[in-house]
Design a protein around this ligand. Structure first.
Ligand SMILES: Cc1ncc(COP(=O)(O)O)c(C=O)c1O
Length: 503
């Protein structure tokens, strides 16, 4: 009986999937006859061979999503196709990376043209595209942020930012928040504070401190105005006046304590680094004014402030081009990656001439950083965001989606604990008990996650307990895509409710 209902629900959703997607297919992806192609692979053999290679040849610590991992061979805009020709609405964008859409025709054209002219010269010679791109990228920043170093990834950008901060301040400690993610290299993983990413037996490098992070949902303090976004964590009325947030004050006192107990009293910090909204940690937003207070405090202690914009940059959060702008702060160093290259390996560190000059203590060299192809891609991404008003789209579509998803908290109060985020950076925290806010059991989260995929939508998961659905699509998604995503998530929650009703 239960199974019957489940199958029916699935069938209904699958019709919905075909109808909605087919309609949109016709209107949105014009002149792309080739999208209709049936993939000319031998699906089973091809699939099994590749899966085996992933299991046996590629490092075993790479974990694939889904019981039957997806084999993706084609992408366009916000769509991906698997080896069977099934189409998915990509609401995760290769982990918040495909900013302007898969295989954007303008990027394909720019890459092909550049690839036929010049791919690589290394940083020992000049080429015109670095000059062109550096100026264009710097024009997106204000004040003292006038120098750019190009890298190949976010980890590399953060590693370089820590190095510059240490050389500039002549201090060593890098302070980050618990629940943050800043990369997978030796230094950046030491700054990362989510246990999933930390290896046993390895002596972490010295000079990293993890300070308390203000989790408005699970932490001790929150009110009805704490978040700088449409959806608040709490119905609790608060009496904070304009420009004030008591939760922020309380968390700041805790932050200050980490310093008082763990660090020397004077000039002790090289840098404080934070994402503008925690990404891998499960889309965690800080209370208003919080980062501003921390920036002031860190500077008093002789440190510089690093904004990790790897996920929150390039208009993803909607209201601003850079996530840090919504906190009213001016970082000393900004690190960029992911969306900067729409999937092409590219990263950047932006800083002031003074801080940049600190690298002159030695030679600094990066074989691929700033190569002609990367610069052309990066430059085209900036143009597309502007021409297609993608930041505005992130704001409009993201706000629409987050407000719809917020209603799921009252529809499924025993499973949906919190909905948060800004623009097209959204998290839905799944819980097993609204009082204790315990995470939903992994097996149930996976069930929901699988069903969302089966109905044609790809989302991510994150947070310390991997119980937060992460929605970070290409910035070109439409309101229809948002509605479809909402319907699919709602259906998956209904299926979950049905399946576990008596458990
Ligand atoms: C906020 C943040 N910083 C840094 C990184 C590291 O970037 P990469 O994987 O390109 O090294 C990531 C990757 O997920 C990230 O989310």
């Amino acid at each position: 009986m239960l199974i019957n209902k489940w199958v029916k629900a699935k069938a209904a959703c699958s019709n919905l999937w075909h109808y909605t997607n087919f309609k949109r297919f016709a209107t949105q992806i014009k002149n792309s006859e080739d999208i209709l192609e049936t993939p000319n692979y031998e699906p089973d053999k091809f699939y099994e061979d590749i899966k085996k290679a992933y299991e046996c040849t590629v490092t075993p610590s790479l974990k694939l999503f889904y019981n039957e991992p997806l084999l993706i061979h084609k992408g366009r805009g916000q769509w991906l196709w698997d080896h069977r020709g099934k189409r998915y609405l990509d609401m995760f964008a290769g982990v918040a990376t495909v900013s302007v859409g898969h295989c954007h025709p303008k990027i394909v054209a720019a890459m092909s043209e550049q690839a036929s002219k010049l791919n690589h010269v290394s940083s020992i010679y000049m080429h015109p595209h670095l000059y062109e791109y550096a100026n264009k990228l710097i024009s997106k920043f204000q004040g003292k942020l006038k120098v750019v170093y190009l890298t190949n990834s976010g980890s590399e950008a953060n590693e370089l930012a820590f190095l510059m901060a240490r050389l500039y301040t002549r201090n060593h400690t890098v302070v980050s928040f618990k629940n943050c993610y800043h990369g997978a290299t030796y230094g950046t993983v030491a700054s990362t504070a989510i246990s999933t990413w930390r290896y046993p037996f390895i002596v972490q490098p010295p000079g990293y401190l993890h300070a308390v992070y203000p989790d408005l949902y699970k932490g001790s303090w929150s009110g009805s105005k704490c978040r700088d976004s449409d959806v608040q964590v709490s119905e609790n009325k608060c009496n904070c006046r304009n420009g004030e947030c008591i939760a922020s004050e309380k968390y700041f006192q805790q932050f200050e304590e980490s310093f008082q107990f763990s660090l020397p009293r004077t000039h002790s910090i090289a840098a404080f680094v934070a994402e503008s909204i925690q990404g891998v940690g499960g889309t965690v937003q800080y209370p208003k004014y919080y980062l501003k207070k921390i920036y002031d405090y860190v500077r008093e202690k002789g440190g510089v402030c690093i904004a990790d914009e790897v996920q929150t940059g390039f208009g993803r959060t909607g209201e601003h081009y850079w996530g840090f702008e919504s906190h009213g702060v001016e970082p000393d160093i900004v690190t960029l990656a992911k969306g900067i290259g729409n999937g092409f390996p590219l990263g950047a560190v932006i800083t002031s001439p003074d801080i940049a000059a600190s690298l002159n203590y030695a030679l600094h060299f990066n074989t691929f950083g700033g190569n002609p192809l990367a610069c052309v891609v990066g430059s085209t991404v900036l143009d597309i965001i502007e021409e297609e008003a993608l930041q505005q789209n992130a704001y409009t579509v993201g706000t629409h989606l987050i407000n719809k998803l917020a209603n799921l908290r009252s529809e499924f109060p025993n499973v949906v604990g919190d909905v948060r985020g800004k623009g097209l950076m959204i998290g839905v925290e799944l819980i097993s008990n609204p009082e204790t806010k315990q995470p939903l059991e992994a097996e149930r989260v996976l069930d929901i996650f699988e069903n969302i995929k089966d109905m044609g939508v790809l989302v991510g998961k994150g947070g310390l307990h991997a119980n937060v659905l992460r929605i970070k699509p290409p910035l070109c998604v439409t309101k229809e895509d948002a509605d479809f995503t909402f319907t699919v998530i709602k259906n998956a929650l209904e299926m979950h409710e049905e399946k576990y009703r008596n458990n």
